[in-house]
Ligand binder design. Structure first.
Ligand code: SF4
Length: 354
């Protein structure tokens, strides 16, 4: 796939742009005062593929726990700031690897310039993020919404370039996935600063994944996009999993487990739904690229399993485990999880650790 080549920007230990893998981001959705619990969650999210975590900084009280999180997190931490430029500077001074601002709501130009100066001093990247719903008032009712978003982002990019600041990431989000696609595609034809992709306020899991697949999937498939967040009215773990699956689907993520599983029907001799639910967490932390098949019966089971590194399927009253199409074990449903994961570990060790 041809990648839209962007310049490299470092967000702490994660480099984006210039052909680096697309970084997966999510956003913390709870209070941050209990920093030990936040840090534990960050580690869990890193295990399932999250690369970057963003926090809203709402007031000065948030800066102390934010600082603690930045100091101890293995993952680069991003601060999301609106309206108050002193909070942006405070977050930069306390270790934010990147901040996200909308210059339009920071206010006077000198305030943005102070943020830029602090970012330069601390090597902090800045995401200039604009949403279709929060354009400056004179652009809100113009019929050419995409054109307005591009005009506004161009003026902000100029503002930063005039200060000789180029460690920028851009985001152009809208709740309309068609607008998201058009505006990001048009941006990518003009600029080389890395793009953070997202459909804003995308709704609960299924609507969000559907809209994101439509807009972001197309952009990613065309080689556009350097970081991604699937915004879900739901769990942040699902945001990470959905981003990973979308990247895999468009060929922009080459590790982790690819799952082939059947929807189950009346022929099923094996409860694929329950089994998938049971092994979800174990599969989500595997980094090596392997394909697993979880099938309900003999109609498609062995055939699909033949294409996978390992498969499990109902076969009459039995449950059988396949390795590259050959049966290697007959097990009871009660033994299935343990036996399947043990065989999967053997396959991963043989393929990648010998
Ligand atoms: S593999 Fe078997 S159980 Fe699963 S959907 Fe196909 S026919 Fe039904």
């Amino acid at each position: 796939m041809k990648r839209h080549m962007t310049q490299e920007v470092n967000i702490g230990s994660v480099s984006i742009g210039a052909g680096h893998p697309v970084a997966i981001q999510t956003m913390w959705d709870r209070p941050i005062e209990d920093t030990s619990s936040v840090l534990r969650s960050i580690e869990d999210l890193a295990e399932i593929g999250c690369d970057l975590m963003r926090f809203s900084i709402l007031d000065t009280a948030a800066l102390a726990p934010f600082s603690e999180i930045c100091r101890h997190s293995s993952m680069p931490i991003i601060a999301d700031i609106h309206f108050d430029h002193t909070l942006a500077i405070g977050a930069i001074e306390r270790g934010a690897a990147k901040i996200r601002i909308n210059p339009g709501n920071i206010g006077a130009r000198w305030k943005v310039d102070e943020i830029i100066r602090a970012s330069k001093d601390h090597g902090t990247a800045i995401r200039i993020g604009i949403n279709g719903g929060s354009l400056p008032v004179q652009y809100r009712k113009t019929p050419d919404h995409v054109g307005s978003m591009l005009t506004v982002i161009s003026s902000y990019i100029d503002m930063f370039e005039r200060q000789d600041f180029t460690s920028m990431v851009i985001s152009l989000k809208d709740s309309d996935p068609g607008v998201c696609y058009e505006v990001n595609k048009a941006y990518a034809q003009r600029y080389g600063y890395p793009l953070h992709l997202g459909v804003t306020e995308a709704g609960p899991l299924i609507p969000s994944v559907t809209k994101s697949a439509f807009a972001l999937g197309r952009l990613l498939y065309e080689g556009i996009g350097d970081t991604i967040r699937i915004s879900i009215t739901g769990s942040i773990e699902d945001e990470v999993t959905a981003a990973k699956e979308l990247l895999k689907t468009v060929g922009r993520y080459d590790h982790g487990v690819t799952i082939i599983s059947c929807p189950k029907c009346g022929r099923a001799g094996f409860d694929t739904h329950a089994f998938m639910h049971d092994i979800q967490r174990e599969l989500s932390v595997i980094k090596e690229p392997v394909t697993v098949a979880v099938m309900g019966c003999a109609v498609n089971g062995p055939g699909e399993a033949a294409r996978a590194d390992i498969g499990i399927t109902g076969l009459g009253r039995d449950v059988v485990i396949f390795k590259e199409g050959t049966i290697i074990a007959h097990v009871t449903p009660g033994e299935a999880k343990e036996a399947f994961l043990a065989e999967l570990k053997v396959i991963i060790d043989e393929k990648y650790h010998n």
